[in-house]
Design a protein around this ligand. Structure first.
Ligand code: PBG
Length: 427
């Protein structure tokens, strides 16, 4: 049964012959809604369409209200269907007296209509941010560890993918570049090359789709010959303030190209405040910062690192990313990022860290983002391919759970597939 009406920005639907019209029972998916081919003049008009055929009204006899009442008073009660018989239980069902329960929560789950009425959490394509991998090539290269994901050619495949996403109401993307090895260096200068892959791509996308919201990743790992998010000192230490200096240049370069939201994912201390100051100094007061506030040193990032060939060349990221065993420490990061001026706080990974999402939700008034990372995506895909789980249902459930835990937006490789599903499209 359909459970939510999606609220899609009109802008996203421009040039597309479809509008969301709301509830329609569907046996298969709990999350679907209907899309029709009518053009709706007003930007945000939702039409609830009856989904069943009616017999038509009962024929009128031309009686006045007084005549109808008089007939009933006189004992000529008109006919209506009888009280339905009690449905039979299977033979052998024990006959027991009803337990005297004052509360039976199942009453509110009795029918699809009641369940839809009392649903506490909604999800819509407007909540999704679509992470996209880009490269310098003209072809799209499949990513082995992430079935259904590609390194997209920045001028071709990427633009088509963005168009598809916009068609179903996903109008936010975050870009991850695969940088040629020859451009990688120990201090990652390529990260702030104004004509590098990311700034070039931002300009192209903004030119084609001015209302597209572009998030960027701020970190050195795709540009760093050591594969770390920061500059690595001779003794292996990741240098905090020197890295932050580079990140500021990277963020400004992305803002100059037209990025809407820069997202430091590096976990250096103090980088949110430093980036805010650098952006403001260059006149980018309007550019937001989504801080990776609680980013854990997680093995769920494996497929992503394969996608970008960004595995650390030595060691791990445990001196900057958080220990997966820690909870309170996320509050320390939250208070820092808030006071430094972050606009959005992000938790990553997603599903294994629902408690952290809830912690941030309850301790900050800022919007919360959750990143359903590559490993989470690949596990659901693999389970689906092996027919061990129903991929689509598990996908939608995992996204709904992230929302329930307190995420406003979700970065997910499922963005397009899930939005299509929410629109009642199956492919
Ligand atoms: C690095 C970065 C990573 C991801 C996003 N930005 C990987 C890492 O920290 O090693 C992971 C995303 C994913 O796994 O989907 N700045």
């Amino acid at each position: 049964m359909a459970s939510s009406i999606v609220n899609v920005p009109f802008q996203a639907m421009k040039g597309v012959d479809c509008h969301y019209v709301g509830l329609k029972p569907s046996t298969s998916s709990k999350f679907s809604c209907v899309k029709t081919a009518i053009r709706v003049p007003s930007p945000r008009l939702f039409v609830v369409r009856a989904s069943e055929k009616h017999d038509g009204p009962i024929k009128k006899l031309g009686l006045s209200d007084a005549e109808c009442e008089a007939a009933v008073v006189a004992g000529n009660v008109p006919e209506a269907p009888p009280v339905p018989p009690k449905p039979a239980a299977p033979a052998g069902t024990p006959v027991v007296p009803s337990y005297p329960l004052s509360r039976r929560p199942r009453r509110n789950r009795k029918s699809p209509v009641l369940r839809a009425a009392f649903q506490e959490t909604q999800i819509s394509p407007a909540n999704f941010v679509y992470p996209l991998f880009i490269h310098e090539g003209e072809e799209d290269t499949p990513i082995g560890a992430m079935p259904g994901c590609y390194r997209l050619g920045w001028r071709h495949g990427l633009v088509e993918e963005v168009a598809k996403a916009r068609d179903v109401g996903v109008n936010s993307v975050v870009l991850f570049p695969k940088v040629p090895d020859a451009l990688k260096s120990p201090i990652g200068e390529e990260s702030y090359n104004d004509n590098g892959l990311v700034p070039r791509t931002i300009r192209l996308l903004k030119d084609k789709y001015p209302d597209l919201v572009i998030y960027t990743d701020v970190a050195l790992d795709p540009y760093n010959s050591d594969g770390h998010d920061g500059i690595v000192r001779e003794d292996g230490v990741i240098m905090n303030d020197e890295t932050t200096y580079q990140l500021c240049k990277q963020a400004v370069s992305q803002a100059r190209a037209g990025a809407d939201v820069v997202s430091p994912s590096d976990m250096m201390d103090g980088r949110v405040g430093a980036i805010r100051e650098a952006l403001d100094a260059e006149g980018f007061q309007h550019v937001s910062i989504m801080s990776y506030t609680a980013k854990f040193a997680s093995s769920f990032y494996g497929p992503f690192r394969e996608a970008l060939d960004s595995n650390p060349r030595f060691g791990d990221k445990k001196t900057y990313q958080m220990n997966p065993a820690n909870y309170r420490e996320a509050l320390v990061e939250t208070h820092e990022d808030e006071s430094e001026g972050a606009d959005i706080l992000l938790v990553k990974p997603g599903l294994p860290y629902l408690d952290i999402i809830r912690l941030l939700r309850d301790n900050s008034s800022l919007p919360i983002a959750a990143y359903q990372v590559s490993g989470e995506y690949s596990m659901i895909k693999a389970g689906g391919v092996l027919k061990m789980i129903d991929e689509e249902k598990v996908m939608m459930e995992s996204l709904m759970c992230l929302r329930r835990a307190g995420a406003d937006i979700i970065l997910t490789y499922f963005a397009l597939q899930a939005a299509r599903c929410l629109c009642g499209e199956k492919r």
